[in-house]
Design a protein around this ligand. Sequence first.
Ligand SMILES: Cc1ncc(COP(=O)(O)O)c(C=O)c1O
Length: 384
Amino acid sequence: MIAKHIEKLAPSGIRQFFDLVLGMPEVISLGVGEPDFVTPWRIREKAITALEEGMTSYTSNKGLFVLRKAITDFFVKKYSLSYDPEEEILITVGGSEALDLALRAIIEPGDKVIVVSPHFVAYPALTEIAGGRVLSLLTSEENGFKIDLKILKNLIKEDPKAIILNNPCNPTGTTYNASELMKIWNVVATKKTIVISDEVYDELNYEGKPTPFASLSKEAKKRTILVNGFSKAFAMTGFRLGYACANKEIISAMTKIHSFAIMCAPIVSQIAGCEALRAQKEVADMRVEYKRRRALIVKELNRLGLSLKKPQGAFDCFPSLKKYKISSLDFAKRLLFEEKVAVVPGKAFGNEYDSYIRISYATDFEELKEAVVRIGRFLAKLSK
Ligand SMILES: Cc1ncc(COP(=O)(O)O)c(C=O)c1O
């Protein structure tokens, strides 16, 4: 009964693994990759008030104008990057829907899409659902998991329809500064390739200044679909709110699919989103706390001998298991059963990354400390 291309789609490696975790008591989860913070009160309060006032209807397909305007104003103020709130932005159900729409709006059967690996689990699956073919651009630990321009130059010769960039990157925490992005753009610009720039972690950049890909140049902006959302920086995963900014033609095509498949993002979430953009102090406080946790995890994992460079953004790190000669799934399963700590096997982010695990530090500081003790005990057993 099932369409062949869906049947052959591998299930999410993260989901599969976390089915094991469900129901196990006393597990410290460093796995799911979502903020442990509750959404800041001022945002929740606006959502509650909206409900009390009876705001329970559909909105326009593109989303509430006030929210579109608030987002575009935010970009002008922060990055001098301007989009028309009428025609160049679409409010979606999370960054996830924006990614799906972006791909479905531009991909025709067989079109190639460059996916930089290790990658967010959804990129290859959404590419295939849209009928595209994945061209993997592998990065390596030695290179800080950054794009090697020589490899990019080779892949771009294949005339890909799109490239998906993720800055800061899940699962590695790698970030790119403006000059690195410009070098990538200079290669991409030699073809007609569209850049899908997933910037859902832009506010969680701990060292440098976030640079939206579209802010590089007029030409880059024309060819970029900027994807962002409220889940990560504002701790609003359950609100399911995201957006895409791009030229009028692309946004109109994405809106077409969205209007038939989804109609609109939930109105209460959209109202909460307007308040979120004003909650910069709360975002900054969470950023400080993530930074504190990052310092702890990097110091402790290195002390335990799990080699790891300091990730620059997001809230994940991707340490290597190479010296233990164990697959990432075996490592993660044993760590779960023997020490009750859940991490994600690296293979979930690309077959080539079976000697890595992803550890998310969006977890309470005291729990992180306990997790590190348990990981240390487990590594000592492995080394025997
Ligand atoms: C890199 C990346 N992009 C997009 C998303 C989608 O997030 P959401 O749909 O909650 O906005 C995630 C969620 O984990 C992610 O890690």
